[in-house]
Design a protein around this ligand. Structure first.
Ligand code: CO
Length: 208
């Protein structure tokens, strides 16, 4: 990437925004009140706002390898708590994607150094759903299914947080699980049973 052109493109972008709304940056500078928290993969092909047709100010974004929500990850937990408690987002989306390198790596036997503890969380997802996954004979289908199940388990991890439990009770915040199909550009709603999971896990994870 030619970094010189980045600044040229930025100039054209400013001009384009101002041509449709002369107050665009004045409004943007006043603050943010996004209604959606998006947690996705760092993969360069899965461009959070762009694939949703959203613009600046509309989505609070957190991305990491394989869209993980890990309770001792200070970064992810800070994002969730800030978005839920201060920005008062109404929805949280965990968006995985087919062809995820992180998920693929977790399916293989390889020592990947510092990535080992991170990917172990995906191996844990595999272990929880081992029966279903082992029954899938075709490797590609198994891989796709693990991407989906990983999204589901990260949604469950969100529901385990006090912030999400409180916000659901107080204002009906909900968690959604999506998958982005990089081969077609299509966003797929996994239609996870948010209330069902909530009810199921509250017996053990009830915090508030
Ligand atoms: Co990925």
């Amino acid at each position: 990437m030619d970094l010189e052109t980045v600044f040229e493109k930025n100039k054209s972008w400013i001009a384009e925004r101002l041509s449709t709304d002369p107050d665009y940056f004045t409004t943007l500078g006043k603050g943010q009140s996004p209604e959606l928290l998006y947690i996705g993969c760092s993969d360069s092909r899965v461009t959070a706002e762009e694939l949703m047709g959203a613009g600046p100010g509309e989505v609070f974004v957190h991305r990491n390898i394989a869209n993980m929500v890990i309770s001792i990850d200070l970064n992810a937990m800070s994002v969730v708590n800030y978005a839920v408690d201060y920005l008062k987002v109404q929805q949280i989306v965990v968006c995985g994607h087919y062809g995820c390198g992180g998920v693929k790596a977790a399916m293989q036997s390889a020592d990947l150094g510092i990535l080992n503890p991170w990917l172990r969380n995906i191996r844990d997802v595999y272990r929880i759903h081992r029966e279903e996954l082992n029954a899938i004979k075709e490797e590609q289908k198994k891989y796709d299914r693990l991407v989906e199940l990983n999204v589901k388990e990260q949604c469950v991890n969100l529901i385990k947080t006090a912030a999400v439990q409180k916000a659901y009770r107080d204002r009906g915040l909900k968690v959604y699980g999506w998958v982005f199909d990089v081969h077609k550009g299509k966003l797929i709603d996994l239609k996870i049973d948010f209330e069902g999971y909530l009810e199921d896990i509250m017996e053990i994870y009830h915090l508030d």
